[in-house]
Design a protein around this ligand. Sequence first.
Ligand SMILES: Cc1ncc(COP(=O)(O)O)c(C=O)c1O
Length: 388
Amino acid sequence: MNYRFETNAIRTQTERSNFLEHSTPLYITSSFIFKDAEEMRASFAEEKERNIYSRFSNPNTSEFIEKICQMEGAEDGVAFSSGMGAVYSTFAALLNAGDHIISSRSVFGSTHSLFTKYFPKWDINTSYFNVDQIDQIEKLIQKKTKCIYVESPTNPGVEILDLELIGKIAKKYNLLFIVDNCFATPYLQNPIQYGADLVIHSATKLIDGQGRVLGGIVVGKKEFIREIYLFSRNTGNTLSPFNAWVLSKSLETLAVRIERHCSSALEISKKLEKVDQISWVKYPFLTSHPQYELAKKQMKFGGNIISFELKGGLSAGYDFINKIKLCSLSSNLGDTRTIITHPASTTHSKLSSEDRFKVGISEGMIRLSIGLEHPKDIWADLKQAINI
Ligand SMILES: Cc1ncc(COP(=O)(O)O)c(C=O)c1O
């Protein structure tokens, strides 16, 4: 029987013990035991699929992976201790010294640090294209180019990249196409549908959705996942069973949570657009968004992130943040609690001001991660802080 997204999110259960528990219990164990020597040999030889050691696999982790695979339409996956664990391990497992990456310029700060600070140590270099210049990708391809890497929507500019178009370029040149789908979640967008080979999530964000645990996952084609799995199993940045259990439970409510996040974000972004003290507002499902049509095509709803700029630059931004009463000042996103971030001084402070400018982060830009509080209460807080 082919169930729908919400049903799979709730009903997928990989293990049930003799207690016949209704809800998947926690399997807090570092290892698993064997009946006899032959079972042990066969398990280590991978002739028998079963749990051996929780760095390799665990029932809680397997359930979480299976659910995300169903949601993304992926063949297989590997779960990690954080989103960055997933990003790093994907590249480290699949790339060799001398390989070349083509990446969108607008990527998460730590991913940018991997590309600029660490990978060059192993002679892995990266060329960037601006999000509005996808036509430049082909010109960046070199003999040793291995993959194209993007995030969409981007952080914090909420720009949209045309996944179908990039997927076609990757296919034409036989390049791996890797998408960080963190801002959209599997409920809003499925990059594999547009030709992605691998899809990465920081589960810390909207997948947990309640600001509790760190986690990451990569899902996609079996042949690549196998390499990433072996890398993870040998290097040890595995997702803990406890965090997997929390994240798997979170997926049961993902669809309803995301719908509410998105409807509140749309309502608030429309209100912000009418404020005189604001120079611009960006939200994918606002008709004023430059890629509104594309966002509508590849996303179910617009997500929960809004970015805007207060007239008056940095001092106006600081003033606004200091007046906030209800919303949280934090660098996280995708929580039940609405979060306000000033990217230039926090998440993207490691970028030079020139690089920040290139990815559209101005000094006065504010990022809002709209939570699940009543939208009228969120708006009242923003309104008093803007002074309207
Ligand atoms: C788009 C994106 N990718 C990856 C990460 C890294 O995730 P984590 O903090 O779980 O390592 C983040 C964190 O904010 C992110 O926003």
